[in-house]
Write a protein that binds this ligand. Structure first.
Ligand code: GCW
Length: 679
């Protein structure tokens, strides 16, 4: 079946005859320079790849018996590597690898060499990828290493297997059957992640249940940690701040209380007894009603450091989220994280990372980068992207998210230095930080194809690639994913690529163009809801778009909430001017009259109408393009995507009609006649 279960690891026969012969030779003489659990994993993967490529098993040989494919670490291969080459490989760091040809005694061998077995594993996956994409070339060498230390998936999976903001079925973690029953999916999950270099996973929802810290649950977690270890994946859990009360029979969770500290120390010690390389905790505190240190008059640093102290002796870390959206705050929500975290710069322990969402509101279709990037320089900052499409069409829409992430990563922060970018802060190059992190909120579930929408796989893939190297470009990543997923036919590839690369801008157009945001249906966040009113000011969409008869948009300049003041002065001054700010952020920061003139010469009202109309047209063009692929790809996946694209067109129309008709009640202007009239 072509249901997509195998993801990008679907090893299909090689269509190039000479490449096929060359690579088959390699698979017929594999030699491992050492023994360890990761090499066992590589052996299994070689088996799957060989079966797929050649329909036979690989052959494992001795060194002197025609071994053509050499696999090992730099130290294991020392005698075959020149000094210079050793130094070069060593410089690639723990998880880096080199692959290329080694000539030895008149014979040549293809070697895949890591600095550690995990690095070697990454090299092997990259070798397979080069075969799948038809780019393998034994005469050129390739080396690579990750730029970010922790490349992590955050599951928002509950212990009852529901998934918060999950659109691909239930949680793949079957807590009920663990530890006794090991679902084979766990291994496929580990393979998929390791193939991208993802090396950490937090298993549970940040809206945390304290139970996962119980001994019986830790036994279950241990099974997953043991399975993932040879794949280089470290396990983290979410910690509920009030656990000392809920499970420790204490009356307080005050981080400065001796008994509370002791509770966490004992819990942590217990976990490390079972899982010696446990990663640590991910914590959502004092946000959306979650418990935290503020209840006791303590700040985020006091809360985080208390956990960090318990973890430090085991080299564990605390990932403390900056998404602090509190129900009481009356300031512009945009400003809250900086207000709470900037004053604490320098107060967090070294084993704490503050994990910051890409934007200050909440995973909107497009957000300017979060002003915390660049605002602190003595604090480890990590990126949190959302792979699951909470606000981006959930599992019915094809939206390739990489261009959105790329836009954020490439953004200039002007701090700490004039050339700094978000990517430079995330990879530590701008800040000299070693403990670096990119996390992605997972879109994985029990659906046969893992992600609900087949193209959700591309977002998982792209996240892994950008976490490895945040400077990669979305088009290269998409091209690679398409080859791995649909093969190498140029027509198929270019059509799918064009859909993918336009898809994010299209969604922004039909959902929230020109900087509009948070106008989706209340709480489920699916579909339009610009009219939504709620229990509090910021639960209403009107709070975010502020449409009235004069105009539309949220004034965040100095005349309004001045959230702009939280950015570097270079940005604040340019973006304060409605004529200078990039138009894509116009209504995010400005309340603008309906007749304001856009760069296109259109009035704002005409421009808004034009963007919604464009969005619908793009969605229709995706569906049309897809239909020309019938017969070029298998019927099963063709139908799957075809049906979903039909839904996407309807949803785009729904968004356009709902938003334009609603906003028209304020603008009191006719729709331009060069657009399809909303009904
Ligand atoms: O995006 C919002 C979601 C919540 C989520 C929260 C968060 C886990 O609507 O479902 O809770 O963000 O990131 O903590």
């Amino acid at each position: 079946a072509k249901d997509g279960y195998k993801l990008w690891l679907d090893y299909q026969p090689i269509d190039n005859a000479s490449l096929n012969t060359e690579i088959e030779e390699l698979f017929k003489g594999v030699y491992f320079f050492g023994k360890n659990p990761t090499y066992e994993v590589i052996k299994k993967e070689l088996g799957l790849a060989s079966k797929g490529f050649f329909n036979h098993n690989p052959e494992f040989k001795n060194l002197n018996q025609n071994a053509h494919l050499w696999i090992g670490t730099r130290t294991e291969l020392t005698q075959y590597l020149g000094l210079e080459q050793q130094a070069k490989i060593k410089a690639l760091g723990d998880e880096g690898y080199w692959r290329g040809t080694i000539n030895q005694g008149g014979e040549s061998h293809y070697a895949i060499v890591g600095n550690s077995p995990i690095g070697t594993l990454y090299g092997v996956f990259d070798f397979f990828r080069s075969i799948q994409t038809g780019t393998f070339d034994s005469s050129s060498e390739k080396s690579d290493s990750p730029k970010i230390k922790l490349r992590m998936l955050n599951h928002w999976d509950n212990l009852d297997r529901t998934v918060e903001r999950g659109y691909a079925g239930f949680s793949i973690w079957d807590w009920h059957k663990l530890p006794g029953y090991v679902d084979p999916r766990y291994i496929d999950y580990a393979r998929a992640n390791a193939s991208l270099g993802i090396n950490a996973v937090s298993l549970t929802n940040v809206n945390a249940n304290a139970w996962v810290l119980r001994e019986d649950f830790i036994e279950k977690v241990k099974v997953l940690a043991d399975l993932f270890r040879p794949y280089g994946i470290q396990v983290f859990l979410t910690a509920r701040f009030s656990a000392p009360i809920e499970m420790g029979n204490l009356e307080t969770a005050d981080p400065l209380d001796a008994e509370v500290k002791n509770f966490w120390k004992e819990r942590v010690d217990m976990i490390y007894k079972e899982i010696p390389d446990f990663g640590g905790f991910v914590v959502k505190a004092n946000s959306e009603g979650q418990p935290g240190p503020h209840e006791y008059g303590r700040n985020h640093a006091e809360g985080a450091n208390m956990l960090a102290e318990a973890l430090a002796p085991h080299s564990g870390i605390v990932i403390w989220r900056a998404f602090v959206y509190s129900h009481e705050i009356d300031e512009d929500r945009h400003k809250q994280a900086n207000l709470e975290f900037e004053p604490l710069d320098g107060k967090f322990m070294d084993n704490v990372i503050i994990q910051v969402k890409n934007g200050a509101i909440d995973f909107q279709p497009r957000e300017p980068f979060h002003p915390l990037f660049g605002a602190v320089d003595e604090t480890n900052l990590g990126m949190e992207f959302q792979i699951t499409q909470e606000y981006l069409g959930q599992a019915t829409q094809l939206v390739y998210l990489s261009p959105m992430w790329e836009e954020v990563l490439q953004s200039k922060t002007f701090r700490p230095s004039p050339n700094s970018t978000v990517a430079g802060i995330i990879d530590g190059s701008a800040t000299n930080k070693k403990l670096t992190l990119m996390a992605g909120v997972s879109n994985i579930g029990t659906d046969r194809n893992w992600t609900g929408h087949l193209f959700g796989q591309a977002n998982w893939y792209a996240f892994g690639k950008l976490a490895w190297d945040p400077y990669q470009n979305s088009s290269d990543i998409a091209n690679e994913w398409i080859s791995l997923t649909f093969g190498k036919d140029p027509e198929t590839k270019s059509k799918i690529l064009s859909i993918m690369l336009q898809s994010h801008e299209a969604a922004v157009n039909y959902m929230t163009p020109l900087g509009l945001h948070h106008i989706m249906g209340r709480s489920h966040h699916y579909g339009p809801g610009p009219w939504v009113e709620g229990g509090r000011a910021d639960w209403t969409s009107l709070y975010y778009h502020r449409a009235n008869t004069e105009g539309i948009g949220f004034d965040r300049t100095a005349t309004g909430s001045n959230a702009l003041g939280q950015y570097a002065s270079e940005i604040a001054s340019e973006w304060s001017d409605p004529n200078l700010i990039p138009e894509k952020f116009l209504l995010w920061f400005h309340h603008v009259p309906w007749d304001f003139q856009l760069k296109s010469g259109k009035t704002l009202w005409e421009g808004i109408a034009f963007h919604y109309d464009q969005g619908v047209k793009s969605a229709r063009s995706f569906h049309q393009t897809w239909q020309t692929l019938e017969g070029l790809i298998d019927q099963e996946r063709f139908n799957h995507v075809n049906q979903l694209l039909k839904i996407q067109v309807k949803e785009a129309e729904w968004w356009r009609n709902a938003c334009l008709l609603f906003f028209q009640t304020f603008s009191n202007r006719p729709f331009p006649d060069d657009i399809e009239q909303p009904t």
